[in-house]
Design a protein. Structure first.
Length: 147
């Protein structure tokens, strides 16, 4: 069975505040908002698609304490872009707070930012080498069963 990570839960204090940021400021697409009585099933995805975020409203003190610290203070969400300068400028204009100036690493241009809840993200653009490299040759078609 092919498998992939389709979504990650992100604990937030309030659905609508989270939607205002992710959809309103970052331009994520609201993919689902289903009323389940005492809670909602709310998912968003980045403008280019990819893994969705399940915006999960904290219930109780333990979950509330995890808001903004789901990875123990480490960056745990990575937003990839095909144009770092464009998206960095748009995020700054939208009021996103970056912890650092963009830096160039072997894997690309990167800068750490925080969402309004304290979650640390990387904005990552491809390295110059990756942008200039020719596309990889097509792999030959596989015959037979699964790998």
């Amino acid at each position: 069975m092919p498998a992939r990570i389709s979504a990650l839960a992100l604990v937030v204090p309030d659905y609508d505040v989270a939607l205002a940021f992710y959809v309103g400021k970052l331009g994520f697409r609201l993919t689902e908002d289903i009323d389940l009585g005492p809670k909602r099933w709310v998912t968003v995805e980045p403008p280019g698609g990819g893994t969705r975020l399940v915006l999960a409203r904290a219930e109780g003190a333990k979950q509330s304490a995890a808001i903004g610290n789901q990875a123990g203070g480490r960056v745990f969400l990575f937003l990839a872009t095909d144009d770092f300068a464009r998206d960095h400028a748009a995020m700054l204009a939208a009021g996103v707070v970056f912890e650092e100036a963009p830096r160039h690493e072997p894997y690309g241009t990167v800068a750490v930012w925080r969402d309004p809840f304290g979650n640390r993200w990387d904005l990552i653009g491809p390295s110059r080498a990756a942008q200039e490299a020719p596309p990889p040759p097509s792999a030959p078609a596989r015959r037979g069963g699964p790998m």
